[in-house]
Design a protein around this ligand. Structure first.
Ligand SMILES: C[S@@+](CC[C@H](N)C(=O)[O-])C[C@H]1O[C@@H](n2cnc3c(N)ncnc32)[C@H](O)[C@@H]1O
Length: 308
């Protein structure tokens, strides 16, 4: 399935685009948001796209070859500051993050993200770096597995599932998504009628394997440093853990910095660095009907202030 960009108009409105501005799409994917951004830019506008997935990067490289206003970077967006510095870019006018996985990543069984289609248990957004889910599960300790399922999957049966994984891997290595889904399902004493029993465990392992929450934290911090005053940061998240993190990072940067209340601070450091823009935006019923994968999306927007 092709990737249908989520909250497309809402995200572009949020960025408050200037035709000659410079923008960063931290999560290029198949370039849906980037294409719409480029449509709103003039000849002197620029978009820099990031993705850690080689397939997304190759789509971005084709776009780069046909549109001189676009450059594709193969790197996780936690490297935003260094990657832009290496291109002598100090400031940008707007930054978009459309978090999580793309439809091609989910739909291609060989990427190993899906419990619905059987494939090798990989789950890396960038299969050229780090451990695959199968490699990690083959060597992790029971407690580490339980912690990952609990913290990143919010799986209440994390301990039972971790035990079942350890027992199963003694019999045979866990190498496919279907094998893992069966082990997880069998270890759950109670099934949730609305969710596949492996949903939470797969989410937890995926977030861990790709260090997704740490990426978001570092990416937002870097984005705040890089924005010009008045520049916007728009972040679309897809599950509650991610959204909570975004909400907290925005809220913390939108508060005056804590200091010793008895000591006056110079005015430029006593101001918050972000101003929240509006409330969280969710897809309309029409968008959800047309693209069910958008149903859990939440867009949050903030604007950089003058503060240093
Ligand atoms: C939801 S998709 C983005 C779809 C895109 N907006 C579009 O319209 O095609 C998320 C993409 O971000 C990439 N990604 C996720 N986390 C990343 C990170 N920390 N650094 C770089 N790319 C990341 C994934 O590989 C995936 O291609």
């Amino acid at each position: 399935m092709a990737h249908i960009p989520v909250l497309l108009n809402e995200a572009l409105e949020a960025l408050s685009i200037q035709p000659s501005g410079r923008y960063v799409d931290c999560t290029f994917g198949r370039g849906g948001h980037t294409a719409a951004l480029l449509d709103r830019l003039g000849d002197s506008g620029q978009v820099i796209g990031f993705d850690r997935d080689p397939e997304a990067v190759s789509v971005g490289q084709s776009l780069q070859a046909s549109d001189g206003r676009f450059e594709m970077v193969h790197a996780p967006f936690s490297t935003l500051s260094d990657s832009l510095k290496a291109r002598a870019i100090e400031r940008v006018d707007g930054i978009l993050m459309d978090l999580g996985v793309s439809s091609p990543q989910l739909d291609q069984a060989e990427r190993g993200f899906s419990f619905q289609a059987d494939g090798p248990l990989d789950m890396r957004m960038d299969p050229t770096s780090g451990l695959s889910a199968a490699q990690w599960l083959a060597q992790a300790e029971e407690k580490e597995i339980a912690d990952v399922l609990w913290v990143f999957g919010e799986e209440r049966f994390s301990r039972r599932i971790a035990r079942a994984i350890i027992e199963a891997r003694v019999e045979a290595p866990i190498e496919t998504t279907a094998q893992l889904a069966r082990i997880v399902a069998a270890a759950q004493p109670k099934k949730d009628a609305n969710k596949h029993p492996a949903t939470r465990s797969f989410q937890g392992i995926r977030l861990f394997i790709n260090a997704e929450l740490a990426e978001v934290e570092q990416g937002i911090a870097a984005a705040i440093d890089l924005l010009v005053a008045g520049g916007r940061l728009a972040v679309i998240s897809f599950h509650s853990l991610e959204d909570r993190l975004v909400k907290r990072a925005f809220r913390d940067a939108a508060r005056p910095p804590a200091g010793d209340p008895r000591m006056p601070l110079p005015s430029d450091v006593s101001q918050p660095r972000l101003k929240l823009v509006g409330k969280a935006i969710k897809p309309s019923p029409a968008e959800i009907a047309a693209n069910p994968r958008s149903r859990s999306a939440v867009l949050r927007v903030a604007e950089r202030t003058e503060a240093a």
